[in-house]
Write a protein that binds this ligand. Structure first.
Ligand code: 0CG
Ligand code: SF4
Length: 349
């Protein structure tokens, strides 16, 4: 029998269940930091300088560059003729030396440090004020760790990264006078192990007054933990320099996903490597835009007969206000559409 185009049976796509985690994606600190750059561009015009990636995501950075933001790693990269333009400090926080340097250079700065990172800074300073040597649990070289260590005088804080470090670290002072804080984006479970080891060795070790690992990190890890068992593949949307996103990949594997991948864009997906799968877990780090999650789902729908099941573990209602200077400006859905898409509710400033 001849088969014309109308008789060609549709290619049968394999069926796929996508377990879409919630909460996922932007946290309140990331949302606020991006809003600060967008509003600064509205208020002061381009260029607006940003010290370090505002959040660890290339797509966000490139979207802001297209609006007129200029990213630098250090303040001395800002040309003299642009000194009157604002410079925004990234959501990860900065050592005390950075605002001091900005003031010395006569720069106008807007601090987009997440309030929950600032809270950890305050807890570290509180330990120090009470005469304690501070242990910071975190990853060496990460900008948040550099920022938190830079709140304290040199020699008054020690970095501990792993249980192995915690087993061999020797306090430079009286072991009865120690306090700890952590990076906000660590693995909840791994950090509990590091703290337990330190407490075993130093029973007088003082905890911070409030948890250092933030609500967004905790909630995203919990959602991944619930969704991962039985997944043939678990995809986390996020960047390789995003600490919280990388932790989600590890959590997915530990919780039982057969494979887990960190993906920045749908174009990176290697379909041969993905092969035939029946259940896909999907989440996004705190700096990964929802438009990329949509892009990944659309790519799977092209190749699979996919249904999306929401795997929601909790609701988040956190919202952080932008800097006082920017609060009177209007922020529209269109202003944030480059990351949220057009369907998102109006952003609250
Ligand atoms: O997770 P880290 O701290 O690397 O940062 P990212 O920009 O990915 O997301 C939250 C913030 C700030
Ligand atoms: Fe703030 Fe947590 Fe988001 Fe970091 S991950 S910006 S600490 S809310």
């Amino acid at each position: 029998m001849k088969s014309g185009p109308s008789m060609t049976p549709d290619v049968i796509k394999p069926s796929l269940t996508i377990r879409l985690c919630g909460p996922r994606g932007f946290c309140a600190g990331v949302d606020r930091a991006i809003q600060i750059v967008v509003l600064a561009l509205k208020a002061y015009g381009a260029p607006v300088y940003v010290r370090h990636e505002i959040v660890h995501n290339r797509y966000v950075v490139e979207g802001l560059e297209a609006k007129g933001a200029v990213f630098v790693e250090e303040l001395d990269e800002i040309p003299a003729e642009h000194r009157a333009q604002p410079v925004v400090f990234s959501a990860h926080g900065v050592p005390k030396s950075v605002p001091a340097d900005a003031t010395a250079r006569n720069l106008f700065y807007l601090d987009a440090t997440c309030p929950l990172v600032s809270k950890v800074h305050k807890q570290a300073m509180r330990h120090q004020r009470l005469g304690r040597h501070v242990i910071l649990i975190g990853h060496a070289g990460h900008p948040e760790v550099i920022g938190t260590m830079g709140q304290l005088p040199e020699g008054s804080v020690s970095l501990v990264e792993t249980v192995e470090d915690a087993s061999v670290w020797e306090p430079p002072v009286d072991p009865d006078n120690l306090g700890f804080v952590t990076q906000t984006t660590l693995s909840v479970d791994d950090t509990a192990g590091v703290i337990a080891r330190l407490q075993e060795r130093f029973p007088a070790l003082q905890a911070p007054a409030a948890d250092s690992i933030c609500y967004a990190t905790t909630n995203r890890q919990e959602a991944v933990k619930q969704a991962a068992p039985g997944c043939d593949l678990f995809i986390v949307v996020g960047a390789p320099n995003s600490s919280n996103s990388k932790r989600l990949v590890e959590v997915a594997l530990k919780a039982g996903a057969k494979r887990s991948l960190l993906v920045q864009r749908a174009s990176e997906l290697d379909w041969d490597e993905i092969g035939t799968i029946g259940t896909l877990g999907l989440s996004a780090g705190a700096s990964a835009p929802e438009v990329i999650v949509d892009e990944i789902i659309a790519a799977f729908k092209e190749r699979f007969d996919a249904t999306v099941d929401l795997a929601i573990t909790t609701e988040e209602n956190e919202h952080f206000l932008v800097n006082r200077e920017l609060r009177s400006l209007e922020l529209t859905v269109a202003d944030m559409a480059f990351v949220n898409g057009d369907q998102a509710p109006p952003p609250r400033v």
